[in-house]
Design a protein around this ligand. Structure first.
Ligand code: CA2
Length: 150
């Protein structure tokens, strides 16, 4: 089972700046731990600061991966193009935000992505990514069972 985690702009700075909002742990470190714990999942990670690169990755992985965990960073609140890409691909997408966007500035309260994603997890720190991966992996098991492929 292949699950891809996509992080958008500035999330390469995790663990290096603003620990009071985003925590002190670098994402790579957390990702390696998750890979070791979730051995039944082939986990991949992609980060870009460029909207076009995120679109290309969604187009590529969206027809191949069993699920995608997407934290589009600030593009969440601005990008109709990313919302269109999520709507256009067959892979289920879960939106994750490390911080509780609803307790922050009003411009962070709206997500263009939420309506096209299966669901959203916000405010639970990096743990949100793990919960999203676990949920996607259970969802894949259930649909494979229903289809008689397991
Ligand atoms: O809470 C989240 O995960 C966000 O997607 C993070 C975005 C923000 O624009 C969204 O409203 C909510 C910002 C990512 C910036 O990441 C940094 C990480 C460490 C240090 C500085 C920025």
């Amino acid at each position: 089972m292949k699950i891809l985690i996509i992080n958008g702009p500035n999330l390469n700075l995790l663990g290096r700046r603003e620990p009071e909002i985003y925590g002190a742990r670098p994402f790579d470190d957390f990702f390696r731990e998750m890979q070791a714990q979730l051995r039944h999942v082939s986990l991949e990670y992609f980060q870009s600061n460029h909207e076009g690169a995120l679109l290309d990755k969604l187009h590529e992985a969206g027809f191949d991966a069993d699920g995608i965990v997407l934290n589009a960073g600030a593009l969440t609140h601005t990008s109709v193009a990313l919302a269109d890409a999520v709507a256009a691909i067959p892979a289920p997408v879960v939106e994750v935000h490390i911080s509780n966007v609803h307790s922050r500035e009003p411009f962070r309260h709206h997500s263009y992505l939420a309506a096209t994603c299966e669901g959203s997890i916000v405010g639970l720190g990096l743990e949100g990514y793990r919960l999203a991966v676990e949920w996607l992996s259970r969802r894949v098991h259930i649909s494979r069972k229903l289809e008689g492929n397991e």
